[in-house]
Write a new protein. Structure first.
Length: 153
């Protein structure tokens, strides 16, 4: 696998608008919600929220993820949450998502965060990346969701 470079948005504030629009296009969450979270990330530098990007040589976003307080589930005690992990289709199956997951866990660990959580249906992938099923919860509509946890590194 070619070495990838992961950029912390807090260290690249000029990418905020590009990142907010990219995540909005991938997940359908309003771009302004991303902008607000990303501004907080840039202003605070440490703590939650945090945002991470994988860029190509032309500074196009190939992949990204965030770490936020809560990713739309009722268990406020299970925080922070990895959110919005996405790898562009043309760049999948190259280890990029796994690298981002490890990077986020190391970065949050350096900040003193002991564990990180996520909501997912991609169970085998996350289990292969060191995450463990923790519990089931229901979203606001009563639909079951699986929460996974991983210690930071």
């Amino acid at each position: 696998m070619k070495t990838i470079r992961i950029t912390e948005l807090r260290n690249a504030p000029g990418l905020l608008e590009q990142a907010a629009l990219w995540f909005h296009q991938k997940w359908g969450v309003p771009a302004e919600a991303y902008r607000e979270s990303m501004r907080c990330c840039i202003e605070r530098k440490t703590g939650i929220p945090q945002w991470y990007l994988v860029l190509d040589e032309e500074r196009n976003i190939l992949a990204g993820a965030g770490a936020i307080e809560n990713d739309f589930h009722p268990r406020r005690d299970l925080a922070p949450n990895l959110c919005a992990l996405y790898v562009e289709q043309a760049h999948r199956n190259r280890g990029i998502a796994r690298a981002v997951l490890g990077f986020v866990r190391r970065d949050l660990g350096r900040m003193g965060v002991p564990a990180v959580y996520l909501i997912t249906d991609h169970t085998a992938f996350y289990e292969a990346c060191g995450w463990s099923f923790l519990t089931m919860v229901e979203d606001g509509g009563g639909h079951p969701m699986r929460i996974y946890a991983a210690p930071t590194l």
